[in-house]
Ligand binder design. Sequence first.
Ligand SMILES: Nc1ncnc2c1ncn2[C@@H]1O[C@H](COP(=O)(O)OP(=O)(O)OP(=O)(O)O)[C@@H](O)[C@H]1O
Ligand SMILES: [Mg+2]
Length: 328
Amino acid sequence: MKANILKLLLQSHADGDETSFRKAALQLAAAESSAGHTRIADEIRTVIGQMPAVASRKTASPVVDIAAPRGDLADILEGGHRDERLRDIVLRSEVRDLLLRVISENRSPGLLERFGVSPRRRLLFHGVPGCGKTLAASVLAGEMGLPLMTVRFDALFSRFLGSTAIQLRVIFAEMPRRPGVYLFDEFDSVAKARGDSQDVGEMNRVVTAFLQLVDADVSGSILVAATNHVELLDRAMFRRFDVIVPFEKPTREQLVDLLELRLSTLGLTPEHADNLAAHAEGWSFADVARACDDAVRTMALDDRHKISKCDVAQALDELKRRELPAAR
Ligand SMILES: Nc1ncnc2c1ncn2[C@@H]1O[C@H](COP(=O)(O)OP(=O)(O)OP(=O)(O)O)[C@@H](O)[C@H]1O
Ligand SMILES: [Mg+2]
């Protein structure tokens, strides 16, 4: 374990990746503290505390997000730091508790490793579109101070047909070098492609490679797979995940929460939110969020600073009339 951290320290130093360097140093402190060496752990933390802030060390201009992948990887991996937090997402309380728990486990791996267990870090998010799977991955990254690295799975197949398995290896090789939340979005495209493709052999190779790479991964990075079609995943895939989280369409109460989350700072009252939620039953979170943005646009163009119930009702009605019937 400690050897891995030291490797990460050296690698991040060699890469000039300050964020990973700090993270590795903190992991080292946690490992020492778990081993009962509290004094040395404190000393390491003191040294980290004395390091200049990352921003003040940047000399190059323009400012580059050091989490952003470069070179070959830039084609298939999109990365960056995230500002989203748990307060920005409406979740059922069980799901919120589960994510909080996963965050705590990953913040203190040393506490678990003392007893031979490790943090759960392979998560499968599934459910209907627009209900928070991608957002929840951003929240995990934001809460943990890690970059969100999105792997565009569908792009991986279309661009690298014939060498997809090799590209997957490149991504997994990145995971220990660059700690992050790795989101494999459109995860079902592996399974779908296996069904549709002429080259079934290629897809089988990709699935086998993925399973092997997941099994071999001891990077400490968090892996999130997101899919709208969980029924397409086979058992072997399913077994690889420690945590499986369903994302469903919002209940009436969650619609109220979303309207308040989005618009209470602009003056929308709880009564109005409750009333408006009735107009949006059966919608996804994403549709309601779009209507909220439309309502804010109307308010802003009118040069007002307070939103009215009417702005929101109109935006909901318009979206329903224009787009939603076709989408269903
Ligand atoms: N649970 C939620 N709480 C608050 N906002 C949400 C929630 N779910 C979705 N949204 C809003 O809708 C947008 C789109 O959601 P998101 O991309 O997370 O959906 P998704 O489940 O990943 O959909 P898809 O299956 O199409 O990828 C978010 O950026 C956010 O504005
Ligand atoms: Mg998504």
